[in-house]
Design a protein around this ligand. Structure first.
Ligand code: ZN
Length: 159
């Protein structure tokens, strides 16, 4: 909750009355007027409504060209800030790009590794199957050899 007192608001506004003023620090509207004095003929200025009503306290007064110069200066500062922000964002984008690239690279490496692992496992399974098949043939071979041997033995003794 903002609980600013009237006096602090007034002081704050008096300090930041930079550029073209819309209101005086007393809260009244500001008028654009033309000077009719001999020192500043036809020179335009901003003046508080309260000052025109012959109020005793001090009110806003500012020459138009002073306000314009301040406005321009403020715009320059804002533009400078915007450029600095853009530059910072550009730097952030480049850093993000590098980070993503490196993460992508490590992900790619991981996928590659997984693919290789899968191939290895497949090859292993394949060779295991082959071994099993060979094993079966070997058993069959031994069986045939034993049967043949038995047949020879049988022939020798009983033939
Ligand atoms: Zn005023």
């Amino acid at each position: 909750m903002s609980c600013t007192t009237g006096s602090s608001v007034n002081r704050g506004e008096r300090q930041k009355s930079i550029g073209v003023p819309e209101r005086c620090w007393c809260g009244r509207k500001v008028y654009l007027l033309v000077s009719k004095t001999n020192e500043n003929p036809y020179r335009r200025f901003y003046r508080c409504q309260g000052a025109l009503q012959r109020q005793t306290e001090s009110h806003l007064f500012k020459w138009v060209e002073v306000a314009m110069a301040e406005e321009l200066e403020e715009q320059k500062v804002e533009i400078g800030k915007a450029f600095a922000e853009l530059e910072r964002m550009g730097g952030d984008c480049i850093a993000l790009g590098r980070c993503l690239k490196s993460q992508f690279g490590s992900l790619e490496a991981r996928v590659c590794q997984l693919e290789n692992d899968a191939k290895l496992r497949e090859a292993e399974e394949c060779s295991n199957k082959r071994k099993a098949v060979f094993g079966a043939y070997r058993h069959l071979g031994v069986a045939v050899f034993v049967a043949g041997g038995l047949a020879l033995v049988y022939k020798a003794f009983c033939g």
